[in-house]
Write a protein that binds this ligand. Structure first.
Ligand code: NDP
Length: 335
């Protein structure tokens, strides 16, 4: 049956890089409530390739100059921004002005002021805005939320969250496009993990930049970073991120036991353990679930569990961590 008649919402992916081609487009073959309806790319060869591979009609292919014309295309309901971080603000605002619902990849933007502008633009257009926080739909991570928030192992006293990559290239090393180093890119998962496991917000942060092994590559950005988040009730979160070391852990230590995921943030292969034994949950397609949930939210006129406000709070915390790193002082976060 025709996708529109099947009541599926059409998604246009903006920026056909690794994440769009490796994860999002294949996931859109597994979604129930949405499908790949269009693409926006600055690379004509990619347009040709995607047109054939995913059967995208010519009229649903845009570039960055004619992107705004998408406003009169009824095939496109949702625009998914998968561009380098510094471009998120502009394209979310343009998508909202085009009258479309928007998903924006993490980190939402570089500053809180940018996030405010994006939230405001979507509100004004009466469109939903969500952030690509796929782990909110992943069963092991959802279990961390339950164990933490329901205090199944008592109140959490300490959390450890680490996310790092051993190898990165391209715009991620360019502060102008990335907004920072591994903290913006993968450290954000630690901030998210601590927030969704505890259900509470950091009060203050301290941070220390790691020693650079490669000063040339990491001229403008941190190569690695450790930071602490003071949470309510004496809970401390110890976090680490890096662009020269593989790290992947989310661990909570409660009054009556512990629970953890390692790896915690991967697309697949997430493993969980508690002081009572191993977690047993299925591996699912996180991106398919995430996009289906957003489409379902639109179709049923309900809020998304991963809204722009959540992305804004993370950006606020990330900026406080950078301030703590640069000043060597404890930075209080006004919630
Ligand atoms: P890539 O570099 O692989 O792709 C980015 C794409 O953006 C490019 O291929 C290009 O597409 C387009 N682009 C437009 N202008 C520029 C520019 N000046 N420099 C570079 N690219 C440009 O990045 P990713 O796909 O890995 O990341 C994109 C976004 O998705 C980031 O915000 C990242 O944080 C996020 N992400 C999220 C993940 C998650 O798990 N939620 C995982 C990976 C990334 P084109 O040629 O079509 O114009």
């Amino acid at each position: 049956m025709d996708n529109k008649r099947a009541n599926k919402l059409g998604i246009a992916l903006v920026g056909l890089g690794k994440y769009s081609s490796g994860q999002l487009a294949p996931a859109l073959n597994e979604t129930i409530h949405c499908y790949l309806a269009g693409i926006v790319t600055g690379t004509p060869e990619k347009a040709d390739k995607w047109k054939k591979k995913y059967d995208v009609p010519e009229k649903n292919i845009y570039n960055y100059s004619n992107f705004d014309q998408i406003n009169d295309n009824p095939d496109i309901d949702i625009i998914y921004i998968v561009l380098p971080n510094a471009m998120h603000r502009e394209y979310v605002v343009r998508a909202a002005l085009a009258g479309k619902h928007v998903i924006c990849e993490k980190p939402m933007a570089l500053t809180v002021a940018e996030c405010d502008e994006m939230i405001e633009a979507c509100k004004k257009a009466n469109r939903l805005l969500s952030i690509g926080y796929r782990l909110h739909f992943e069963p092991h991570n959802v279990e961390m939320m339950r164990l933490g928030r329901d205090k199944v192992f008592g109140g959490i006293k300490r959390m450890i969250a680490e996310d790092g990559l051993a190898e990165v290239e391209g715009w991620r090393l360019d502060k102008g496009l990335a907004g920072g180093g591994p903290l913006m890119d993968v450290g954000i998962y630690c901030v998210q993990g601590v927030r969704y496991t505890t259900g509470v917000e950091p009060i203050a942060v301290t941070a220390k930049e790691g020693k650079k092994k490669d000063r040339k590559r990491f001229r403008d950005i941190e190569e690695s970073l450790t930071w602490q988040m003071e949470m309510p009730d004496g809970l401390m979160a110890e976090c680490k991120t890096s662009y020269s070391e593989e790290l992947n852990l989310l661990r909570a230590e409660g009054e009556k036991g512990w629970f953890e995921l390692s790896p915690a943030y991967e697309y697949e292969g997430i493993k969980g353990r508690t002081s009572n034994g191993n977690m047993k949950f299925p591996q699912i397609n996180q991106q398919a679930r995430q996009m289906d949930d957003f489409a379902d939210a639109i179709l049923n006129n309900r809020p998304t569990p991963v809204p722009g406000e959540m992305g804004r709070q993370d950006v606020k915390i990330l900026n406080a961590i950078y301030e703590a790193m640069q000043t060597g002082t404890r930075i209080v976060i006004n919630n």
